[in-house]
Design a protein around this ligand. Structure first.
Ligand code: E4P
Length: 218
């Protein structure tokens, strides 16, 4: 399973890269806004800065919602670097645009996915990645991990190539649940990834090893 970080923060992307576990990055307009990035050119420059840090796939989201606008914007984003993946919302015009991008060799990430039906449509259009939002599904007391499992089952039965990119991850548990249920990729805030490190027995065990070493060597 690949690990992407879900952030537009260059510091967090660098930190994940330094950990040696970074396979890629996803962003969205909210994450860009959180970093204070605004204006067409600044946004393009920021994607370039991200692509200068990692050679892994970097999802850059379109703002347009009409077919011509999505195609034009996606083309511009894809020109930034070979590792850009154009992120397109799960709407009718988006599916049409994903089919177009598939035909011209531009890779895509279909975002805002909340059902297996949407997942089938995105795969039919040739999306490279599919982003089901686990956390937002759980937020309304539906079953985020169940959604990942259902999509994984359908894709396996149908032999679809689209990679399942579990998104809207809120915790380390979400990462483990996504891994157990067939996600090909997880995109997470860095603190959810760091949460995987935590176990009290590791802390207790390390403290004892160090104490015993100190005793024997003093
Ligand atoms: C990623 O591609 C999504 O845009 C992101 O994971 C959404 O996460 P959120 O639900 O925490 O905003």
């Amino acid at each position: 399973m690949k690990f992407f970080v879900d952030t537009a923060s260059l510091d967090q992307i660098k930190e994940a890269k330094d950990l040696g576990i970074l396979d890629g990055v996803t962003t969205n307009p909210s994450l860009m806004a959180k970093e204070g990035i605004s204006g067409k050119q600044n946004i393009l420059n920021h994607y370039k800065a991200i692509c200068d840090i990692t050679t892994g796939d970097v999802s850059a989201e379109v703002i347009s919602t009409d077919y011509a606008g999505i195609v034009e914007e996606g083309k511009r984003l894809a020109e930034i670097a070979p590792n850009i993946v154009v992120k397109v919302p799960m709407i009718k015009e988006g599916i049409k645009a994903i089919s177009h991008f598939t035909n011209v060799g531009i890779r895509t990430n279909c975002t805002l996915v909340f059902s297996a039906g949407q997942a089938i449509l995105a795969a039919k259009a040739g999306a490279t990645y599919l982003s089901p939002f686990m956390g937002r599904v759980d937020d309304i007391t539906w079953d985020g991990v169940g959604l990942i499992a259902e999509i994984a089952e359908v894709y396996a039965i149908q032999g679809f190539d689209t990679e399942i990119l579990a998104a809207s991850i809120r915790s380390a548990k979400h990462i483990v649940d996504a891994a157990k249920n067939g996600a090909d990729v997880v995109t997470c805030p860095l603190n959810a990834i760091l949460g995987l490190l935590k176990h009290p027995l590791t802390d207790i065990g390390l403290a004892k090893f160090l104490a015993d070493h100190k005793k024997a060597n003093s």
